[in-house]
Write a protein that binds this ligand. Structure first.
Ligand code: SF4
Length: 303
């Protein structure tokens, strides 16, 4: 293990590379990363870095976003098969059809979409800024929000805007039930429930705080409370326990595990830095349009 970590450190300097890791990644990957965060924080970092190589420890749509924002850099996805069901379910042809039926509507696409869908979009968003993005759009225009119906309904609730919600969603957050939360509350009386907005509306109603993964981490850090039920993917426990040494965290359900987020290994990171493969390259004609939608998001919500 130490040999691999040493090799990664050496190769990183030789390649002038930066390692970005999502907070759902395995602990040992978060440990070797130069920067950890959620989709929004990582997209900000990818846009601002002066490294020549971005090693993206996450899933494909995140690496695509990095390549769209920094096309002059090499973007590597060490786990080439790390996908996302929500991404796979968002077909460009279906989005085109829905938008053709609503010529005056604006399209907001969550970053968990293929680059070709971002290229059709008015603006992108992440779970950190979906409310702010929806609020920034003209009040007299219909909004179509793809692909997470639960996040779309959360943005609609918070902004009081009419939002047409796509029927997609994250299978990990979507599987959490009211029964799971009530069982966790019974097992850990007094613990606050911190929940991701990709959970279903009836489940969100059980939460003390609803926010993005980084929002959950910040809330736990700043709260006077010392125990929390965490209703998002379990990888976030690494960052929570690193930042809040004296606090206690309990997963809302053992089912909160995304297998795609666990596909990166130290060996794959070393191989990627050695071979500069597998690369993620978004074709230029899609990339330029997709970048406009991502940059609008970054302009509104901060770089
Ligand atoms: S946690 Fe959900 S949205 Fe994130 S990569 Fe896994 S399936 Fe996709």
């Amino acid at each position: 293990m130490e040999d691999i970590i040493e090799a990664i450190e050496r190769l990183k300097k030789e390649r002038r590379a930066i390692i970005l890791a999502h907070v759902y990644e395995p602990d040992e990957i978060q440990e070797i990363a130069d920067f950890t965060g959620d989709s929004f924080a990582l997209s900000q970092k990818a846009a601002a870095t002066d490294a020549e190589v971005i090693v993206f420890c996450g899933v494909r749509f995140m690496a695509e976003t990095a390549n769209i924002l920094s096309p002059d850099k090499i973007t590597l996805l060490p786990a080439a098969d790390a996908g996302c069901q929500m991404f796979d379910d968002t077909l460009e042809s279906e989005v085109r059809q829905v938008m053709a039926e609503r010529p005056d509507a604006l399209l907001v696409s969550y970053v968990n979409t293929p680059a070709s869908v971002k290229a059709l979009s008015t603006i992108c968003c992440t779970s950190s800024n979906a409310v702010q993005v929806v609020n920034s759009l003209p009040k007299d225009r219909e909004i179509v929000f793809v692909p997470d119906g639960n996040l779309a309904s959360f943005a609609a609730e918070q902004t009081d805007r009419k939002v047409t919600c796509w029927p997609g969603g994250c299978p990990i957050h979507g599987r959490l039930t009211v029964k799971d939360i009530r069982a966790a509350k019974a097992a850990h009386p007094g613990a606050l429930v911190l929940m991701h907005p990709e959970c279903q509306p009836a489940v969100r109603a059980e939460a003390d705080y609803v926010g993005s993964t980084m929002g959950i981490i910040r809330y736990a850090q700043q709260s006077q409370a010392d125990s929390f039920i965490i209703a998002t993917e379990q990888g976030v426990l690494y960052e929570l326990t690193e930042r809040c040494l004296q606090k206690h965290f309990y997963l809302a359900s053992r089912q909160m595990l995304c297998v795609n987020m666990k596909k990166t290994t130290l060996e794959k990171v070393r191989t990627a830095l050695t071979t500069l493969e597998p690369r993620v390259i978004v074709p230029a004609e899609i990339r330029d349009k997709a970048r406009e939608a991502l940059q609008k998001m970054l302009e509104i919500t901060g770089r």
